[in-house]
Design a protein around this ligand. Sequence first.
Ligand code: KG4
Ligand code: ZN
Length: 348
Amino acid sequence: MADEPLILGIETSCDETGVGIVRGHTLLADALASSVEEHARFGGVVPEVASRAHLEAIVPTMDRALTEAGVTLADIDAIAVTSGPGLAGALLVGVAAAKGYALAAEKPVYGVNHLAAHVAVDTLEHGPLPEPAIALLVSGGHSSLLLVDDLARGVTPLGATIDDAAGEAFDKVARLLGLPFPGGPPIDREARAGDAASIAFPRGLTAAKDLAAHRYDFSFSGLKTAVARWVEARQRAGEPVPVADVAASFQEAVCDVLTSKALAACRAQGIETLVIGGGVAANSRLRALAEQRAEKYGIRVRVPRPKLCTDNGAMVAALGSHLVAAGVAPSRLDLPADSALPLTTVSV
Ligand code: KG4
Ligand code: ZN
């Protein structure tokens, strides 16, 4: 509808420079420039390289998004930008750009939480999020279960990883299997040809003794070590490593734990909607297993299409749009880039 606010979102927290434009819940543009190839040979994102790449990409990406949406900066009602969490130097580029554009065009600016934006992006695909909902947030830097009773004003953390994030586990296991960075997509691909039941890898924090203190927490570092030991044992024995089977069995262990804990949270709280967001939500097995298990309990799973799961500007615009619709006040023009912004702070 033409009277819904037109929101531009800027994302620069990691290695993707994203500018998205939405009207209400309708996606109009999603421009992205990635520096992932510059980091691949290091096996992880190099902060200084990412910051410089953002600096070079921000203005062209902004121009591309406006062209794609067929609007000008003057048409925009508000600018949203990732304020944190993320890499400090990378965040600074987006925040400084947002302030510059906001000041020049006299627009309000919203500094928003990257993780809440991973939840909000689903509204672009499936419409308003029923509240309360449970959100499973799984990215390269975070793995959390949240109770979302008011996405505009705050979310309640139920649990989180106590060591590695789910995406980090994919990246590390890919590396030891000789697969490229980032590791999620190649493991997802390899796993399709493998047998997920061939190797029994551990399911972290699912034993009865762990559940008492860590019912909704995750742990992936033991799994990563178990995969490393298994691969080393094969190599020592001079036997080939069955990459597809290892990938499938590892992926199954991650998806089993993520879906069982997320659905346990839904059932314990009597909540019928599970929304999954973050880069790992692009995983084909995670999506299928969540659907399959949720169906038994009458729980609806909402996962945006893979391109919206990984970092992008549209997710920031989607959260900005939600904040504007909820009547939340804009941020001050001196809003911070906060690398450690807590999950409970939706906007600054
Ligand atoms: O949300 P995101 O793009 O960036 C962060 O905020 O961290 O997530 C990136 C993470 C990486 O660890 C990447 O390996 C993982 O998401 N990922 C996947 C898949 N696609 C991306 N993990 C599993 N399966 C995938 N298909
Ligand atoms: Zn992310």
